[in-house]
Design a protein around this ligand. Structure first.
Ligand SMILES: *[C@@H]1O[C@H](CO)[C@@H](O)[C@H](O)[C@H]1NC(C)=O
Ligand SMILES: *[C@@H]1O[C@H](CO)[C@@H](O)[C@H](O)[C@H]1NC(C)=O
Ligand SMILES: *[C@@H]1O[C@H](CO)[C@@H](O)[C@H](O)[C@H]1NC(C)=O
Ligand SMILES: *[C@@H]1O[C@H](CO)[C@@H](O)[C@H](O)[C@H]1NC(C)=O
Ligand SMILES: *[C@@H]1O[C@H](CO)[C@@H](O)[C@H](O)[C@H]1NC(C)=O
Ligand SMILES: *[C@@H]1O[C@H](CO)[C@@H](O)[C@H](O)[C@H]1NC(C)=O
Length: 824
């Protein structure tokens, strides 16, 4: 039994090992070395790996929040390509190929998934089974032909708010296709080739924010189907966008009746192609319908503008008419809009953008009696044709508040101001992107004008043509260098893209709150510059040629954040241009050293510190007698040197004649009296004493070397001492308090230390005479040899008592002579 268990266990181990080692297992559990990696992630953990030619899902950090893999050649997203991306919020696989059914199983946080333009031939409910957080899903342009397979696809997506599906291959939409989807902000369906639609397939989604439908084929060939679709998605409050329609005759317009029946309010046609007949019928379809906004973005008018047939229809609810990117196929046959009074008299807001309009005749503008907002940007208007459009300054557009003529070919500011002078409600004028090069000294704007946009022109200077009533002024992208006009009401001033070298004076704009002055040639600005603006709150001044001086860097890094002014552009748009070593660095990241920023302070502080250290070192040296040690060292070195020299000299001749003294007496200046009164008379004068009679040697006087008497004047003292000691048989030290304290003596003393106790010396010890009782402790520590000498009892003490002195002299003479005689 036991054996069997063991066997089982071994078998199990083997299997485990085998599994671990098999390449198949390795591929699943460990990172695959074959998998490419993508390092397109930025600081916000948004990873752009699009358009890189990856054929497999590359490896990116598990912390990524958004991952863009669009437009690669990824043939299949396998089930573990995306494991670990628990935090991923947005994933784009637009423009790749296939997806494994459990590829998204670990993406619990995913909110936005883009699967458009892949090769998904059928929608698999398993893809989405774990994506409970998904809010946005794009399935456009895949080759699936139906939205439901075996089970409802979107069943679990309770948070889904934006859904886009369909494509050229979509053939049928069955009821239940959207089951599980209850409420959407946006629904996009591309169904240009739809052939089967089960009524109710798109119904039951409510509330429904925006609907965008492409129903090109059905509108042309199967109007019943188109009607059924429109019936299911039309609600009064739901704006509908219809794309890619080609409306020719009466029939192709009829599906819109379904929308009209539901009292649709907002409709937009995008990429529309429409004939006159269709236009007329369209207007008839919307007859009396409370449609408030009609937008056409991208239209080809194939007719000649003969729409009078609809003149009896009621379009008075149309408030806003928007037309952009219009192409008239046959411009020269196109009739005037004069018959369109029934259409033009109601809207308050009209935009005709990029429609190659070169003139709107004065009578036509006379029809726009309700007009408050006119946008004719990106057309072909000139000063002359604009003059016609605005009836040479007597425009009937009395209610006009906003006039946008941006992106035309206007040249004269004075003409512009004259044409609008009588529009007494005009508040906004946008004449940006025109060809103005100068402005006159004075202009005649309406007094109500608050907003003026003259950006993107070629102005080189400004004048008091600018009205004082302005609150918002945009002069960006011109060639301005300075600003000299006072605008007391101005709240916003835009000066980006000019040639300013410094901020304009804030005194001109006492009410300015927002200033943008990016992309100029500003070198710097300071606190005082900003303080001249009394009310400034927002400043955008990046992308300038900043000189990163200490003041500027410090101001930008700290000052501006603490103050009332808020930098509204990105911190990393403030880049140093100079000095050279900081070029290209973000001002926020620059660290200027104290040396650079406080040079004077730095120099004075470092000098002070150096001085302190120097003084400290001096004091220390003085306290530790370093000078003394140094001097001694020097003396010792010299002594060694000259002694060697002298020895060499002496070795050549007889050594005896060099000895010219019996003893060198070293003593303190203050003990001179003792030497003179006692020592010299006693030893140098030949004297017979009672006892001395027996010893005839006693009679011989001794020669002493005294520094006072025998030193050669003018020679260095150490040399003198050295030669004195060398030429003397013995050295006598007269020790007293004075000796110890008197500097000069220390030389002698220590010199003889070296001499005596150095290996070179002959081994004749010095004779110590203590004039007063001196304890070893009185001798400074650095005279270590002397201290040592004193601890042995080889010194003589000068007796204070008269009767003991005889004995002293005797011992002294003996000491001086005794060994000397033996040596001989
Ligand atoms: C994808 O592969 C095809 C051929 O297989 C090639 O033509 C195409 O350039 C590749 N696309 C990218 C983005 O590398
Ligand atoms: C879908 O419709 C387009 C025209 O919009 C047509 O060119 C194309 O062949 C159709 N595709 C399919 C798969 O039916
Ligand atoms: C505009 O619609 C037509 C069909 O009417 C289509 O063929 C064309 O591709 C569309 N253009 C764009 C830019 O979508
Ligand atoms: C357009 O068609 C509708 C319904 O098919 C019809 O009622 C209407 O009279 C037609 N209009 C024209 C001008 O033929
Ligand atoms: C005028 O039109 C341009 C371009 O269409 C637009 O950028 C600008 O905001 C418009 N101005 C106003 C005041 O609406
Ligand atoms: C001025 O016009 C330009 C170009 O049309 C536009 O981009 C800019 O936003 C406008 N400025 C303001 C302050 O609206």
């Amino acid at each position: 039994m036991r054996e069997l268990t063991n066997c089982h266990f071994t078998f199990f181990l083997c299997i485990c090992l085998l599994l671990l080692l098999s390449p198949c297992w390795g591929q699943r559990s460990s990172p695959d070395p074959e998998r490419p990696s993508c390092n397109g992630c930025d600081l916000r953990l948004s990873c752009d790996c699009s358009h890189k030619g990856f054929t497999r899902v590359p490896m990116v950090t598990d912390h990524a929040l958004t991952l863009d893999l669009s437009l690669n050649n990824i043939s299949v997203v396998t089930d573990d390509d995306l494991t670990g991306h628990m935090q991923l919020r947005a994933l784009s696989l637009h423009g790749n190929a296939m997806i494994h059914q459990s590829a998204f199983d670990s993406l619990w946080s995913l909110e936005n998934l883009d699967l458009s333009d892949n090769q998904l031939t059928a929608l698999n409910p398993k893809w989405f089974s774990e994506l409970g957080a998904l809010q946005q899903l794009n399935l456009l342009n895949n080759p699936y032909s139906s939205c439901v397979g075996s089970a409802p696809v979107f069943e679990g997506l309770v948070r889904l708010r934006r859904l886009a599906f369909g494509g050229p291959a979509l053939k049928e939409l069955k009821r239940g296709a959207l089951s599980g989807v209850t409420q959407l902000d946006e629904l996009t369906v591309h169904a240009n080739n739809l052939t089967r639609y089960e009524s109710g397939a798109l119904a039951y989604v409510w509330p429904l924010g925006h609907v965008s439908l492409s129903l090109h084929g059905p509108f042309l060939t199967n109007t019943a189907l188109a009607s059924a679709v429109l019936r299911d998605v039309s609600y009064p409050e739901t704006p509908i966008i219809l794309e890619d329609l080609h409306l020719i005759g009466n029939q192709s317009v009829q599906p819109l009746r379904e929308a009209a029946k539901k009292r649709l309010r907002h409709i937009t046609f995008r990429n529309l192609s429409i004939s006159d007949e269709a236009t007329v019928n369209l207007l008839k379809v919307f007859d009396g319908v409370p449609l408030t906004s009609l937008s056409v973005d991208g239209v080809t008018l194939t007719g000649e503008g003969r729409w009078e047939a609809a003149s009896l229809t009621d379009q008075k609810s149309i408030d806003e008419f928007f037309l952009r990117n219009a192409v008239v196929l046959d411009v020269f046959k196109f009739v005037s809009f004069l018959q369109l009074k029934f259409l033009l008299q109601y809207p308050r807001k009209v935009s005709v953008i990029n429609a190659k309009v070169f003139v709107m005749p004065c009578p036509t503008s006379g029809l726009l009696v309700n007009l408050q907002y006119l946008d004719m940007s990106d057309n072909l208007l000139t000063d002359m044709t604009l003059s016609e459009t605005l009836c040479d300054g007597n425009s009937p557009l009395k209610d006009l508040r906003v006039l946008n003529i941006s992106g035309n070919a206007l040249k004269s500011v004075s003409m512009m101001s004259r044409l609008v002078a009588k529009l007494h409600k005009l508040t906004h004028v946008d004449i940006s992107r025109n060809s103005y090069t100068s402005m006159p000294q004075s202009c005649s704007w309406p007094s109500t004008l608050r907003y003026l946009n003259i950006s993107g022109a070629k102005l080189t200077s400004i004048t008091s043509c600018l009205p004082a009533s302005l609150e918002v002024l945009d002069l960006s992208s011109n060639d301005l260098r300075d600003f000299t006009v006072a605008l007391p009401a101005l709240r916003e001033l835009h000066l980006s893209g000019n040639k300013f070298q410094r901020l304009p004076s804030g005194i001109l704009f006492p009410n300015l709150q927002t200033l943008t002055i990016q992309s100029n040639t500003l070198n710097m600005f300071s606190r005082s510059d900003l303080q001249s603006y009394k009310r400034i709150q927002n400043l955008q001044a990046g992308q300038n040629k900043f000189v990163c001086s200490c003041d500027f860097v410090a101001f930008l890094q700290s000052g501006i954040k603490d103050g009332d002014v808020h930098l509204t552009d990105e911190e990393d748009s403030y880049i140093c241009d100079s000095p050279l070593y900081l070029q290209g660095k973000s001002v926020g990241q620059v660290h200027l050293s104290v040396v650079v920023c406080h040079r004077v302070l730095f120099v004075s502080v470092s000098c002070g510190v150096a001085l302190c250290v120097w003084v400290l070192v001096c004091v220390l040296l003085w306290r530790l007698h370093a000078i003394w040690y140094l001097k001694m060292m020097w003396a010792w070195l010299r002594a060694k040197h000259s002694s060697r020299r002298r020895r060499r000299l002496r070795d050549g001749e007889d050594s005896e004649p060099l000895l010219s003294f019996d003893a060198f007496v070293s003593y303190s200046e203050r003990d001179a009296s003792w030497v003179e009164t006692y020592l010299v008379p006693e030893l140098e004068e030949s004297r017979e004493t009672d006892e001395g009679a027996a010893n005839h040697r006693t009679a011989r006087p001794l020669t002493l070397c005294l520094h006072k008497r025998d030193f050669l004047p003018g020679q260095w003292i150490v040399d003198n001492i050295m030669s004195a000691i060398e030429r003397s048989r013995r050295t006598v030290f007269i020790l007293s308090e004075n000796f110890v304290q008197f500097d000069w003596c220390r030389y002698e003393l220590d010199f003889s230390h070296f001499w005596l106790f150095d290996g070179d010396a002959g081994g004749e010890p010095a004779i110590l005479i203590l004039l007063e009782p001196l304890s070893k402790d009185d001798i400074p520590k650095r005279f270590c040899k002397l201290r040592k000498l004193m601890s042995s009892p080889t010194y003589l003490e000068w007796p204070q008592e008269e009767d003991r002195r005889e004995e002293f002299w005797r011992s002294f003479r003996n000491a001086l002579r005794g060994e000397g005689e033996e040596d001989d």
